[in-house]
Design a protein around this ligand. Structure first.
Ligand code: GRF
Length: 211
């Protein structure tokens, strides 16, 4: 089977990127890692693995559109068939998102559609939810609202704080992101309208039983 060429966008720590590198999926070729922040630690993981890596510093661009256009040019240079966000902390314009439609995925630290946006662990604790988790989803125009591909659920424990919860969610992220990418590389995943399909069938998410 032909390897899936992938480009990853990061902004920081890069632990999900590392998990994907470490998974060493024989069906996946990480062609490049691009960071919008020069100091992103994730760049080191790319360097250590001999993966092309670049910085495109958003602060040097006049507008969001200018940055997105330049980013698109750099991504397309590598001709990816899958674009992934791995802790990329910038909102991308609708035009950019449309360009990668159906081959663009993200990981988010919550059980979407619950807790879109930032500070999910804190908000989960404040809300008293008994369950939390992570979701890999197709990227669409609406932030953190694209169809979910896979989720991992974990219980919120009585003495959890933001750090302990974040750490357990992150462990699950590192498991489900490589899994979703593997399905995509196998040609089993599709975006159809507002639905994610696996093997041609809509993905039904486990509803959990702790709420
Ligand atoms: C993860 O929690 C991910 O779900 C979110 O940003 C964080 C990135 O962490 N989108 P890392 O850079 O992969 O370590």
């Amino acid at each position: 089977m032909e390897k899936l060429p992938l480009v990853a966008l990061i902004s920081g720590r890069g632990s999900n990127l590392k998990a994907i590198i470490d998974a060493a999926d024989p069906l996946v070729e990480i062609r490049a890692v691009i960071s919008n922040r020069p100091q992103a630690k994730g760049l080191l993981y790319a360097q250590q693995a001999g993966i092309a890596n670049e910085v495109l510093d958003h602060t040097l661009f006049k507008s969001r559109i200018d940055f997105d256009t330049a980013l698109q040019t750099r991504i397309n240079y590598y001709q990816p068939k899958l674009l992934i966000l791995a802790g990329f902390m910038r909102i991308l314009s609708p035009k950019f998102v449309a360009h990668y439609q159906s081959r663009f995925i993200n990981i988010h630290p919550s059980l979407l559609p619950a807790f879109r946006g930032l500070h999910t662990h804190k908000r989960v604790l404040e809300s008293g939810m008994k369950e939390h988790g992570a979701s890999v989803h197709f990227v669409t125009e609406d932030l953190d609202a694209g169809p979910v591909i896979i989720q991992a659920r974990i219980p919120v424990l009585p003495n959890d704080n933001e750090e302990s919860l974040a750490a357990r969610v992150l462990q699950e992220e590192h498991r489900i992101y490589p899994q979703a990418i593997h399905w995509f590389a196998q040609g089993r995943l599709q975006l159809q309208g507002q639905r994610a399909l696996l093997d041609g069938k809509p993905i039904i998410l486990d509803k959990g039983n702790l709420q």
